[in-house]
Design a protein around this ligand. Sequence first.
Ligand code: GDP
Length: 293
Amino acid sequence: MFERLAARLQEAIDRLRGRGRITEEDLKDTLREIRRALIDADVNLEVARTFIEEVRQRALGQKVLESLTPAEIVLATVYEALKEALGGEVRQPTLKERNLWFLVGLQGSGKTTTAAKLALHYRSKGRRPLLVAADTQRPAARAQLRILGEKIGVPVLEVRDGESPESIRRRVEEAARREVRDLILVDTAGRLQIDEPLMEELAQLRAVMNPDEVLLVLDAMTGQEALGVARAFDERIGVTGLILTKLDGDARGGAALSARHVTGKPIYFAGVSEKPEGLEPFYPDRLASRILG
Ligand code: GDP
């Protein structure tokens, strides 16, 4: 991901290299190139506009026009703006003594895989995870989590067909107590698109179980579409943070760059492979460096 955007940004900035001074016109051209590169990478228009304005202000603030190395200064300002767009500092969910987190998202987004990845990630940090396969309609979805749980050695509680939210809550609490679990990861039902019955079911489960985090899993490959999904889930269910999957894919990167701004939610993690180990905290600074080469 980001290869093409990276090449375009570097090209735009490289044009300023070796120049002792640049005119306001040069800076304008460069910013125009950067803006085009962002839009071609499927970055949200509003995000691209804000981004360019940010770089322009910073660059002017640093007196780039009089500077001896304008390319370096523009590079540094683009880096800062990229890091900012990606969320600034690394953010992670707050861990308490006992934690109940929901994973929500569309079917195919990588929700179930991510639930298992989170279990593995936090187990390596000394937590005792319990996975909950909470799709009350699709036994196949539950089976998928069960198999993943067996593979990584984490217990999985499966809900029953049509089970009520109250019953699910009771059984989850019992299992967590019995097996001394302090991180409960609920893999909620996903559907191919957002539909009202799904949202209603999720809203009810949320109301009854009152999770500490509602993590929305977004497939970065779906571009701007992912952000429409994010808005819908947030309005209806309330989302506390994002996990972007498939950052190892060949998407243009627009969703990753726009997610923070469009949703106002922190990006906690990135999925970087299909394997249970393929989850990393989302590092805005590292990603910004990578994009700028
Ligand atoms: P769910 O329907 O949302 O639960 O999605 P799944 O967990 O079943 O994932 C859908 C597909 O995406 C599966 O083939 C996963 O292996 C794949 N997948 C999930 N996360 C990642 C990721 O970060 N990188 C890659 N390359 N594939 C992923």
